[in-house]
Design a protein around this ligand. Structure first.
Ligand SMILES: C[S@@+](CC[C@H](N)C(=O)[O-])C[C@H]1O[C@@H](n2cnc3c(N)ncnc32)[C@H](O)[C@@H]1O
Length: 308
């Protein structure tokens, strides 16, 4: 997919007594299912909910389904408001050409080719051009992952960056640690960009780049177990990939999950707990979240999460 893809936003407003039912009906939509629901209070006349879709939803079909679902509550269907808008894809090429400012997270500095300069010796600067890929470091989820991967702990030697986009996280990890990284994406445009960024950074020998859907490539399994796995993709694929990611993580390894909204954390925590992983750190910015997970020292079904 184009890496800052276009998506569709369905705005919904329900009369107050039917709001919870309206939300549940939106959550239950299928084909396409929303990848996120954002509850946003707007003024005294009611709350608007935004349901985000990667594929264009059929507004008339949704209206019919919602009307049927709300029929049991008098006045609910009549008071419902629905509106659909397309959110344009982010033009990363144009933004890069406009000269994005450098991004610093901890010791890592990301900058474009328009901003080469000398940086203090304690920093780890590198150039990243996103091209058509996602990952200039200007998105909250990328920054949250960059912070999480610099958390104190053992230095990882084997790293998997799943959903690498421009390769920004694998590049940062390879700059920070004496490690080998495998960077994968299901978008061949992204892997071409990541490969080029690794070459330009002189990190080609340390980063292998593969085009693969999820974990479905023999070299991903062959490289396991990983001491550090970074997966900044959406909540739905993260839920689907839980058993595979848990199986690929080294005993004392760290798994950083992002691309999820704070409202989606609970479901992610529960799914990964079922595969033996607990949350040891949570980084949040605005509505976005990055969770770091590990195996509890003494595995116990009721081991508590260590980060709220
Ligand atoms: C939000 S971008 C993250 C890019 C970069 N890692 C960063 O942190 O800035 C998500 C990337 O995951 C890729 N992706 C999404 N679903 C995937 C899947 N099932 N398998 C592999 N890659 C996937 C997308 O193509 C996209 O490049």
């Amino acid at each position: 997919m184009a890496l800052a893809p276009a998506h569709w936003r369905l705005w919904a407003r329900f009369p107050a007594p039917s709001r919870a039912l309206g939300l549940a009906l939106l959550e239950a939509l299928e084909e396409p299912a929303p990848f996120a629901l954002l509850e946003r209070a707007e003024g005294p006349d009611g709350d608007r909910i935004a349901a985000l879709f990667l594929d264009p939803p059929d507004l008339d079909a949704i209206r019919t389904r919602m009307t049927i679902g709300l029929a049991e509550m008098p006045g609910a269907a009549e008071g419902m408001e629905l509106a659909l808008e397309e959110v344009a894809a982010e033009d990363w090429v144009r933004r890069a050409q406009e000269g994005l400012p450098p991004v610093r997270v901890g010791r890592v500095v990301l900058h474009g080719s328009h901003d080469r300069r000398s940086w203090p010796a304690n920093l780890r600067p590198f150039e990243v051009e996103a091209g058509e890929a996602f990952g200039t470091g200007h998105h909250e989820t990328t920054r949250l992952c960059l912070a999480a991967l610099q958390a104190p702990g053992a230095s990882p030697r084997r790293i998997l960056d799943l959903g690498c986009g421009s390769g920004v996280l694998a590049l940062a990890a390879a700059r920070l640690f004496p490690a080998r990284a495998l960077a994968t994406d299901n978008d061949p445009l992204a892997t071409a960009v990541a490969r080029e960024n690794a070459r330009k950074a002189g990190l080609g020998p340390h980063i292998r780049v593969l085009t693969a859907e999820g974990l479905a490539h023999p070299l991903i399994r062959a490289g396991a177990p990983y001491d550090l796995i970074l997966a900044n993709i959406l909540a739905r694929p993260l839920l689907r990939l839980a058993p595979g990611l848990a199986a690929c993580l080294a005993r004392a390894g760290r798994l950083v999950l992002s691309g999820l909204l704070t409202t989606q954390e609970r479901e992610i925590r529960a799914r990964y707990r079922a595969h033996g992983l607990i949350v040891t750190r949570a980084d949040r910015e605005g509505e976005w979240s990055a969770l770091t997970l590990s195996r509890p020292r003494r595995p116990h079904p009721s081991a508590p999460d260590l980060a709220p």
